[in-house]
Design a protein around this ligand. Structure first.
Ligand code: 4NP
Length: 168
């Protein structure tokens, strides 16, 4: 008599991790900072997620982040030096679960380009924080201090985003 077949092991379940895309205008200041800081904050909190960032415009495609952004993040032990700017593309709306913009203008542009059924995944990062500010201001034409301020705002938004995504 043949051996009775043993129980079939169930396929290992792979938990899908949330894919999060940060978006600003040029993808050289705010959204690279958000991407870099999010990697650190989520890892420190033990929340698995995948991150990327993109710009509404293509002016800086292929460029590294602004050195003021790199410097502000470096002080927080976050290294942005490997990041390169890219423009958002329609496929991003399929690839990402959360598309997190920096200001109302970014949100309006994203809503206008979102394929049908994908607008609900668009948010503004400070929607996740309880601050008076609703927008992370564009620091490009300002000085160094603006980048430290931007990093603080992004950090507040990320704390709320972690609770939202991590379910905590
Ligand atoms: P970001 O800042 O949107 O935070 O990357 C900007 C960078 C470049 C330009 C505008 C905003 N620009 O006009 O070139």
């Amino acid at each position: 008599m043949g051996e009775k077949p043993g129980p079939v092991a169930p396929e290992p379940m792979t938990e899908p991790i949330p894919h999060i895309l940060f978006v600003c205008l040029g993808n050289i200041c705010r959204s690279p900072m958000a991407e870099g800081l999010a990697r650190r904050r989520f890892a420190d909190a033990g929340i698995a997620a995948a991150f990327d960032s993109a710009g509404i415009g293509d002016w800086h495609a292929g460029a590294p982040p602004d050195r003021r952004a790199v410097n502000a993040c470096w002080k927080a032990l976050v290294d942005l030096s490997a990041q390169r700017a890219r423009q958002i593309e329609p496929a991003d709306f399929e690839r990402f679960d959360h598309i997190v913009a920096m200001d109302a203008e970014n949100v309006a542009e994203l809503v206008a380009m979102a394929p049908p059924g994908h607008a609900a995944k668009i948010s503004r990062i400070l929607d996740f924080a309880a601050l008076e500010e609703a927008d992370v201001p564009d620091p490009y034409y300002g000085g160094h201090e603006g980048f430290d301020e931007v990093l603080g705002l992004i950090d507040a938004g990320l704390a709320g985003l972690m609770r939202h995504v991590g379910g905590g």
